[in-house]
Design a protein. Structure first.
Length: 388
């Protein structure tokens, strides 16, 4: 009993010394963590670079001179940053420590979805115009950061709380945080993971961006976007007028509803209901007027070139007068190349859906302008036009 009374004070002293020592170490570790994370909380972009370089968010992207707006991205990102240190575990033998951490940051998944959507829209716009220089370049590092800057400036994102850990190592200079990819990604709320996720936009979300572009692309760009330059290409003012009227029809009538999505590995099919102008009605009116004209003496005396120009005029009038629309079910096919979902043969497949039977022009320019025809030989010309 006396031995117990003697040992008890010694035991209590050991516990006090151990706890005091451990508490001191944990306080030192907590001070190190706060010293670095407070810099992020103070919106210091240079401090953010200690954890994540500009190339980390967009690896394998060509870099160049970065503007001041690019350097503001991290300051904008960390405006909502906050943190709370949780439990700290120390391994004295290994001279390591792990600290739990709860951080508050903006919703990086929502930001990444917005980035992927905006990036795709810019790529579509760039592809739909011959004047690619008119579209701000987003393929280099600076362009992508400028897009992030725009999103962070223009949009208000909710905040989320996430938990993770920070690993530390005791060195001659004291405790130091061990930097790693996982720590960098954690401190930016998983932004690096989300931006590199090839499924951040689903197949149906990707298709919706393509189809929305059909409704908004400028008239001057619609021809290239839908492949209208194929049946109605060239500088011919009559053909240009036809392409312009078709584009106007698309803007006035086009709409869509995504019905379902089926994904099989790296491929996907998306069933969609498309509403657009009724190309069959246009062609019926065109053929009716053209046939009526070809039965006249004027058609016989005009010659092949004049008849060809007349046929262009009839097609243009049929398009201008059309008010009929048509709904159809179309299945689009997409593939994931490991970077994102992409619409296969977008000009052909999308052009077929929007233009219907007008994807193959009813006007055969080569035959219609063939000077080897005897322009007075009505029978051969009439046989040609009857092929419509």
């Amino acid at each position: 009993m006396k031995i117990t009374r003697c040992l008890l004070p010694i035991f209590m002293i050991c516990i006090f010394l151990f706890c005091g020592c451990t508490g001191s170490v944990k306080s030192e570790i907590e001070e190190v963590i706060r010293g670095e994370l407070d810099l992020l909380q103070d919106l210091d972009s240079d401090s953010a670079m200690k954890y994540i370089s500009y190339n980390e968010l967009f690896p394998n992207v060509e870099s160049g001179e970065l503007s001041d707006r690019v350097k503001e991205v991290y300051s904008l990102f960390f405006e909502s940053f906050n943190y709370k240190i949780l439990d700290i575990s120390v391994n004295k033998k290994e001279k390591t420590a792990v600290s739990g951490l709860r951080i508050t940051t903006i919703d990086t998944k929502a930001l990444s979805i917005d980035f992927a959507s905006s990036y795709l829209r810019q790529q579509i716009t760039k592809a739909s115009t011959a004047d690619s220089g008119a579209v701000e370049e987003v393929d280099d590092l600076s362009g992508r950061y400028l897009l992030l800057h725009e999103l962070l400036t223009d949009n208000k994102y909710d905040t989320v709380d996430i938990e993770g850990t920070i690993e530390l190592k005791e060195t001659e200079n004291g405790w130091e945080i061990q930097h790693s990819y996982s720590l960098e990604d954690f401190l930016v709320g998983g932004l690096m993971t989300h931006l590199s996720d090839p499924d951040i936009l689903s197949p149906k979300d990707t298709l919706a961006i393509y189809l929305e572009a059909v409704k908004t692309v400028d008239l001057s760009k619609m021809s290239e976007f839908l492949g209208l330059d194929t049946p109605f290409a060239g500088s011919d003012p009559d053909k240009h007028a036809i392409a312009t009227e078709l584009t106007e029809q698309i803007h006035n009538t086009f709409d869509f509803e995504i019905v379902s999505q089926e994904t099989n590995g790296y491929t996907a099919s998306v069933k969609t209901n498309i509403t657009t102008f009724d190309s069959d009605t246009i062609l019926r009116e065109y053929h009716k007027e053209l046939d009526r004209y070809l039965e006249t003496i004027d058609a016989v005396e005009s010659g092949a070139e004049q008849r060809y120009k007349k046929s262009l005029a009839y097609l243009l009038t049929a398009i201008q007068n059309n008010t009929a629309t048509k709904a159809s079910s179309v299945t689009f096919h997409l593939i994931n190349d490991g970077v994102s979902w992409k619409l296969l043969d977008n000009s052909i497949e999308l052009g077929n859906a929007v233009l219907g039977t007008l994807t193959s022009s009813p006007l055969n320019e080569n035959t219609g302008n063939d000077t080897s025809h005897n322009q007075d030989d009505y029978s051969s010309d009439n046989a040609y036009y009857n092929n419509y």
